[in-house]
Design a protein around this ligand. Structure first.
Ligand code: ADP
Ligand code: MG
Length: 380
């Protein structure tokens, strides 16, 4: 066990890292953040910001010397970086778990190997591979194996010819070709797994996307259909099994599709997840504090939700009106009972950039949903 006031290391300085810093501070820990950005949301509030690349040997040596343990908020940290750090201090999640989650082919292959539900896919490393891809994968989605997020690095491909030009447009890199599944809806499970193997799953969320970016998360997830409550339970079981197979320690996000009533895993995030932001306002222990607890070997907290919740992402688009940049009028939102506004302190708004979110909580899930939609309309 690592007791406070030890110093913890965080790889990545985005909003997920920022909430980790806040959660660690609440429990009396200090945090050093490694992020190459001079002005990162987490770096700004950290006890120390090491401004260097993730592969910078001097910075890694400093982290290893100054921190009692290290975690990540970002799946694209080179697995090599985690391995280097792990030679001298505890690193959770492990380099092995992160390397599965940061490569879409490794990820789907892992699901297949462990008998976990997933959609049909094939690896594409050349045009030759595309020519031999099974015809039932079309229409499909071609995704770069690495570094994609928020719908970036992927293309819907109607047929083989479209896939060939999409593969070149994606830079002729290693890709995965997945069948485009008919989606009833999408859900996710965020869970924490401790060093002793104990697992606490938060209630699953129904997720709606806009332009490939998470837009709204709704909890409980079973408002859409009668069958969904049992699917939500199954999703928690699958996510727990998956976390066990990965020997995962920390907070894990698992995205699922429900396709023709069947549950399949879409992808995993080896870190807290955007769809788990509602836990900040609706749960006894939030997903970031669970990450701190798992990292330090503390008992995990209660993952029950005390309220229904709807989370709405606030993208940089909102900062622009008729091409002019301006701060949205938050006062309208702040006046709504049951609504919590979260802003990440990012200096430059950009279209599609996650700048903040708001969460509405309450006891009646239908009312919470209606209030959240109204709040969004008010915001314009
Ligand atoms: P990202 O890393 O960008 O979140 P995802 O693989 O989760 O990438 O894809 C983003 C979104 O695209 C998904 O949430 C889903 O709406 C849609 N999508 C992705 N893969 C498929 C698929 N195989 N079939 C249908 N829709 C998909
Ligand atoms: Mg996704």
């Amino acid at each position: 066990m690592i007791p406070a006031p030890a110093t913890l290391g965080m790889l990545g300085g985005g909003q997920l890292g920022r909430y980790f810093v806040m959660a660690a501070h609440e429990l009396g820990y200090q945090v050093w953040v490694l992020d190459p950005d001079t002005d990162s949301p987490a770096g700004r509030i950290a006890d120390r910001h090491l401004c260097a690349d993730y592969g910078d040997e001097a910075a890694l040596a400093e982290l290893a010397k100054g921190c009692a343990a290290v975690t990540t908020e970002f799946e694209n940290v080179p697995a090599e970086t985690l391995a280097i750090l792990a030679a001298s201090i505890p690193v959770h999640p492990s380099a092995a778990a992160v390397s599965v989650c940061q490569d879409r082919i490794a990820e789907k292959t892992f699901l297949k190997t462990h008998g976990l539900p997933h959609g049909p896919f094939v690896e594409i490393a050349s045009l030759e591979d595309l020519r031999h891809a099974p015809s039932d994968l079309f229409p499909g989605i071609l995704k770069a194996a690495r570094l994609g997020y928020d719908g970036k690095g992927q293309a819907v491909v109607e047929d083989r010819a479209a896939a060939e030009s999409a593969w070149v447009a994606l830079g002729s890199v290693r890709c995965i070709l997945e069948a485009k599944l008919p989606l009833d809806y999408e859900i996710s499970v965020v869970l924490a797994r401790g060093q002793d193997g104990a697992v606490r799953a938060f209630p699953s969320a129904e997720n709606r996307h806009r332009n490939g970016i998470l837009d709204v998360s709704i909890v409980p997830a079973w408002q859409v259909d009668q069958n969904a409550a049992s699917l939500a339970d199954t999703a928690c079981e699958v996510a727990e099994k998956l976390a066990g197979c990965l020997k995962y320690v920390g907070t894990l996000g698992v995205e699922f599709f429900v396709s023709r009533g069947q549950l399949v895993v879409n992808e995993m995030a080896p870190r807290p997840h955007n769809s788990g932001h509602y836990t900040l306002d609706a749960c006894g222990t939030n997903q970031f504090q669970q990450q701190v607890r798992a990292l330090c070997g503390l008992p995990l907290g209660d993952a029950h939700a005390h309220s229904a919740a709807v989370m709405v992402n606030l993208l940089g688009d909102l900062w622009f009106e008729a091409g002019q940049e301006r701060e949205p009028d938050w006062n309208k939102l702040l006046a709504i009972p049951g609504l919590s506004l979260h802003l990440y302190g990012k200096q430059s708004p950009r279209v599609g950039r996650k700048m903040g979110h708001f969460t509405v909580i309450g006891q009646d899930s239908k009312q919470v949903y209606a209030h959240a939609l109204k709040a969004r309309v008010i915001l314009g």
